[in-house]
Design a protein around this ligand. Structure first.
Ligand code: SF4
Ligand code: SF4
Length: 301
């Protein structure tokens, strides 16, 4: 096992067990349970592009308004990839701004992290595998009484009941970018890549301007029907933006684009691979030098 990477969950409260989609948990959460809303303070809630779209749409806000009012900048665990998180209130409990004594005011549009809880989705890279493998964990915090309930679910049943599966489906391409960056151990990106990632991850209004008010449509030869769809339908624009991000950052995807742009994307992929190999070579050289120093120190003793 090389590493466990779980965003926004305190490692100390994670049960030391990997769950698959068919493994079962006992859990129930409902208004009236003794710990109601105790999980909505002092937490970190990473916002995915779909989380933001659902929340800002529900609140009838523009992206700029929503980002200013409800979010703070952060980055995805173990990467420099910039995202936003929910800005907690400045009260003693550091409560979520959407929390009231009656419960969550945005419940049907709550973010993915809240839907999954107390389950966490994670990925692991084993020494003998190129790709990350998905698994799940169970978060057991002392205040959460839901674990004492008898209701039984498989992890997949829980995801479906909470709507997490829909959230994962819509953000699949974005999640692939994040997982790939982690699996490659990428800690450095160009400023342009980080800017594009941030724009697509958090501000669809900005991405719309990027598509329709720049030379974007000259560079990418898109199906005219698709162009009309993303012009008229914000959710379609969101899905398109996530596919495009995956394409532009890792050369993955199925766009029909101008030949020159495809060549550039391929070239970019090749250069990224070369940069990664060069980084590994430097690390290996450094490790060898450290070892040599240790050997010399021992010989002197
Ligand atoms: S969004 Fe709702 S469920 Fe999530 S932490 Fe805030 S109040 Fe709780
Ligand atoms: S049972 Fe757990 S998840 Fe539900 S309200 Fe209580 S602390 Fe939150």
């Amino acid at each position: 096992m090389e590493s466990i990477k779980i965003d926004n969950i305190e490692k100390g409260v994670i049960e030391p067990r990997e769950y698959s989609r068919n493994d079962k948990i006992h859990f129930s959460c409902y208004p009236g349970i003794g710990c109601f809303t105790k999980c909505c303070s002092g937490i970190r809630i990473n916002l995915t592009p779909y989380d933001i779209w659902r929340l800002k749409t529900r609140l009838g806000m523009t992206y700029d308004e929503f980002l200013t009012e409800y979010t703070a900048p952060a980055s995805i665990d173990q990467t420099p990839l910039p995202i936003v998180v929910v800005k907690l209130k400045d009260d003693a409990e550091k409560s979520c701004p959407f929390l009231t004594p009656e419960g969550c005011t945005v419940y049907t549009d709550r973010p993915s992290t809240c839907r999954y809880y107390p389950v966490g989705r994670a990925h692991i890279k084993k020494h003998d595998q190129k790709e990350m493998t998905e698994f799940f964990v169970l978060v057991k915090e002392d205040h959460c009484l839901g674990h004492l309930e008898q209701k039984e679910w498989t992890i997949d049943e829980w995801r479906q009941d909470q709507g997490s599966d829909l959230y994962d489906d819509i953000t699949r391409d974005w999640l692939e970018v994040v997982i790939k960056a982690k699996s490659l151990g990428m800690t450095e990106f160009s400023k342009r890549s980080l800017d594009l990632f941030f724009m697509v991850s958090s501000n669809l209004d900005m991405f719309r301007r990027f598509v329709f008010e720049s030379r974007f449509l000259e560079t990418y030869r898109l199906d005219p029907e698709l162009v009309e769809k993303i012009r008229d339908d914000e959710l379609e624009l969101l899905k398109f933006s996530l596919k495009w991000l995956r394409f532009t950052m890792f050369g993955e995807g199925d766009y029909v684009i101008a030949d020159g742009a495809r060549v550039k994307a391929k070239e970019r992929e090749r250069l990224l691979g070369e940069a990664r190999l060069a980084e590994l070579a430097v690390r290996e050289k450094k490790a060898e030098e450290e070892l040599q120093k240790l050997r010399e120190a021992r010989e002197k003793e």
